[in-house]
Design a protein around this ligand. Structure first.
Ligand code: MF3
Ligand code: CO
Length: 252
């Protein structure tokens, strides 16, 4: 296992990959409306990615059949777009997207409310997003990876939420998934020491109820075991000499 350190040139390419993915997310967010299908969102996201000459990295990855993972309500991640799955007012919809720009990957996820959602759903989405920001307070050269993991987990658990353990964040670069793995909960090991030039996809997946998840028979869709809501928030982050740079987010 080795963690890649990106050169100045590679970092420029990662930044562009991140910028284009942020645009993709903004376009999907604008388009997201009750009455449309999860497949409609996939089509819009893929069109934006391809319009910039980029490749949707999820498509055919380990056989995943679409470009965007669309996970609704109790679906945690990897929901497969379906023309018969209609998005409704009150749903929370996690959109996870990745693209390749000149050989470099970016990866980001957002969870959106469709119209008015319950106060419980709103809170879960807010806390999930904030847990990412709690985590990246430690995404600095000299800190150890487990500090990020522990901060995310402690914050989410302080609200009584379940932190998904079966899926983790990851290094990212010329591959979608590189070392290290980045759990969203405390580790016994300190993990690697962070160094400028590392690029990490940090992605808390937080459930309103139990942390336990199950896989649907499509072999992809991950759902909460107890049927509670789940939210996902992810960005591709660059470790620098100072504050981390969030490559897939220009304004918080
Ligand atoms: N953000 C997810 C991840 O990092 C996306 C992968 S979905 C897949 O694992 F379809 F590409 F597998
Ligand atoms: Co990811």
């Amino acid at each position: 296992m080795s963690v890649s350190i990106k050169s100045t040139r590679e970092i420029e390419l990662m930044k562009e990959a991140g910028r284009l993915l942020e645009i993709t997310h903004k376009e999907m967010e604008k388009a997201l409306k009750p009455g449309m299908s999860t497949m409609d969102i996939n089509r819009i996201g893929e069109e934006v990615i391809r319009s910039y000459g980029c490749i949707p990295s999820f498509l055919n990855y380990n056989g995943y059949p679409a470009s965007i993972c669309v996970s609704v309500n109790d679906e945690v991640v990897h929901g497969i777009p379906d023309k018969n799955h209609i998005i409704r007012e009150g749903d929370i919809v996690s959109l996870d997207a990745g693209l390749i720009y000149k050989g470099y990957h970016s990866d980001a996820a957002r969870t959106h409310a469709v119209g008015e959602v319950s106060p419980e759903a709103k809170k879960l989405m807010e806390v999930t997003k904030q847990s990412f920001f709690e985590g990246i307070k430690f995404a600095k050269a000299g800190h150890h990876l487990h500090e990020i993991s522990a901060a995310i987990g402690a914050y989410a658990e302080s609200f009584g939420y379940g932190v998904v353990r079966d899926l983790v964040g990851h290094g990212i670069g010329t591959h979608l998934h590189e070392d290290p793995q980045i759990p969203n909960f405390a580790q016994r090991r300190r993990g690697i020491r962070l160094v400028p030039g590392m690029t990490l996809a940090i992605e808390p997946m937080i459930n309103a109820g139990t942390w336990k998840v199950a896989w649907l028979d499509d072999d992809w869709t991950v759902v909460t075991e107890d049927g509670s809501l789940s939210a996902h928030y992810e960005n591709t982050v660059l470790i620098t000499d100072g504050e981390p740079e969030i490559l897939t987010l220009s304004e918080a």
